[in-house]
Write a protein that binds this ligand. Structure first.
Ligand code: GRF
Length: 215
């Protein structure tokens, strides 16, 4: 299995997936990290881990579709099987989604469908919800609307700020994203309409559903 990661920033989720691949927990290979920005943490992490990375400059393309055609051509050339968006700040177009139908994952730091889009921690605190969390889902045409693979719950305390909350959520991100990738690579993910089922997984535990087995 060949995995590609797309990122725009710090790259901590990229790192968690790449390390799980490197240690053999995920039996695949990171074919490439693609970035749409220069001088970002994700590139530094790729260099440290010896992962091939490519910068595709968005200003070189007149539309979102043209940009995505370029990305798709790179991914097809490398025979990528799974694409992981990890802090990738671009909305992917239909061109991309149709070329990798049910093969693009994203991680969002909230319990979707609550608080999609930008600043989810700030929105959760402002709303006054008592729990938030993180979701790994397949990517469809909407913003953070695709089928949900796994979710983890984090309680919000009255003392939490968006930065303390994002720290707590991030720790879980680094566990559930590699796990979701491993389930995919191991062929355990079944898609039925909007529902994603992880075969032979334990669905009766909180705060992570389904329960993680490896991370
Ligand atoms: C993470 O919180 C992820 O859930 C969101 O963007 C952030 C990216 O962080 N989509 P990193 O670049 O992976 O460190």
């Amino acid at each position: 299995m060949k995995i590609a990661v797309l990122a725009s920033g710090r790259g901590s989720n990229f790192e968690s997936i790449a390390k799980a691949v490197k240690s053999g927990k995920i039996s695949g290979e990171i074919a490439v990290l693609i970035v749409d920005r220069k001088n970002i943490g994700a590139i530094e992490k790729a260099e440290k881990l010896g992962v091939n990375w490519i910068y595709v400059d968005p200003y070189g393309y007149s539309s979102r579709e043209d940009y995505d055609r370029k990305i798709v051509s790179i991914l097809k050339h490398l025979q990528v099987d799974l694409v992981c968006l990890a802090g990738y700040m671009r909305i992917v177009s239909e061109v991309f989604i149709e070329s990798f139908l049910n093969k693009i994952m994203n991680i969002h730091p909230a319990l979707l469908p609550s608080f999609p889009g930008l600043k989810p921690h700030e929105k959760a605190i402002k709303y006054g919800v008592k729990v938030t969390g993180v979701t790994v889902h397949f990517v469809d045409n909407g913003i953070d609307t695709g089928s949900i693979i796994v979710q983890a719950v984090v309680p919000i305390s009255p003392q939490d700020t968006s930065s303390s909350l994002s720290q707590k959520v991030l720790e879980l991100e680094h566990r559930i994203y590699p796990q979701a990738v491993k389930w995919f690579v191991d062929g355990r993910i079944e898609i039925k309409g909007r529902s994603v089922i992880v075969k032979n997984a334990n669905y009766s535990t909180l705060p992570i559903v389904p329960a993680l087995e490896d991370f």
